[in-house]
Design a protein around this ligand. Sequence first.
Ligand SMILES: NC(=O)c1ccc[n+]([C@@H]2O[C@H](COP(=O)([O-])OP(=O)(O)OC[C@H]3O[C@@H](n4cnc5c(N)ncnc54)[C@H](O)[C@@H]3O)[C@@H](O)[C@H]2O)c1
Length: 257
Amino acid sequence: MNVNELLSLKGKVILITGGTGLYGRPMFEALAEAGGKVITASRSLESAKQVFPELQNAGLDVHAMQVDQADHDSVLKLKNDIVKQFGGLDVFVNNAVARPMRKYADPLEAFTESMRINATGMFDITREMADVIAQSGGGTIINIASMQGMFGADFSLYEGTEMDSPPDYHFHKGGMITLTKYLARKLAPKKVRVNCISPGGLYGGQPETFIQKYAKKVPAGRMAGPDDIKGVVVFLASDASAYINGENILMDGGMHA
Ligand SMILES: NC(=O)c1ccc[n+]([C@@H]2O[C@H](COP(=O)([O-])OP(=O)(O)OC[C@H]3O[C@@H](n4cnc5c(N)ncnc54)[C@H](O)[C@@H]3O)[C@@H](O)[C@H]2O)c1
């Protein structure tokens, strides 16, 4: 088959959670630019409405729905709405994250809240969307983890700033990477592939001292930009990656090479 056809997402119905966020937006765009019919779902429809005119003017087939992934009824409603409106689902990009914990010393309640959304809720929406994909004849799930789910934090990066690398984040992102491998085996009989992307830090809004220190640690000499994730998510969503399953792609500019 021609490689452009293999990489095309034409005819695929794709759901991305948090598709208007920092990494979500370029993935949302890329999946639609590659020909997909792409739905973003997050807690607020308002943020979707802000980016829609630009995307629709560019001729992209984009849609918005509402979900709170920490609320089982809301996840089931999204599942039903997708089936009703689109007839099924081919690809799920599991991208949403909540950050209730900011620092190591934050109260335990912040850790518990993080698990409610980023562990239990994340698993719930993954299992329900896997079910729709299986019923639609098969497809793929792409989990968005983080390099921080693979490695301990480099705390020297945060010196001289108010920033920290919170422990819940390392915990649930590490879990997501292992869950990817579990689900790849569990869902293979249903023709659902499950892969993961572990990005490094995306440039934008960090203190200058952090940005400079970070850039020095990366062979690429910079933080990630929005275009860096576009190709890898389209590849994993497409039939070009049909023989890749249970994989975690580290996208860190060579930081851990
Ligand atoms: N930004 C980075 O530097 C970076 C680095 C590595 C990995 N990542 C990963 O990339 C993904 C996107 O990160 P981001 O920085 O773009 O995040 P972001 O904070 O910009 O966006 C997160 C999105 O998740 C949604 N969300 C939060 N709680 C939700 C819930 N309960 N139900 C439904 N939606 C919910 C929010 O509404 C928002 O749209 C995350 O999985 C994150 O861990 C980000």
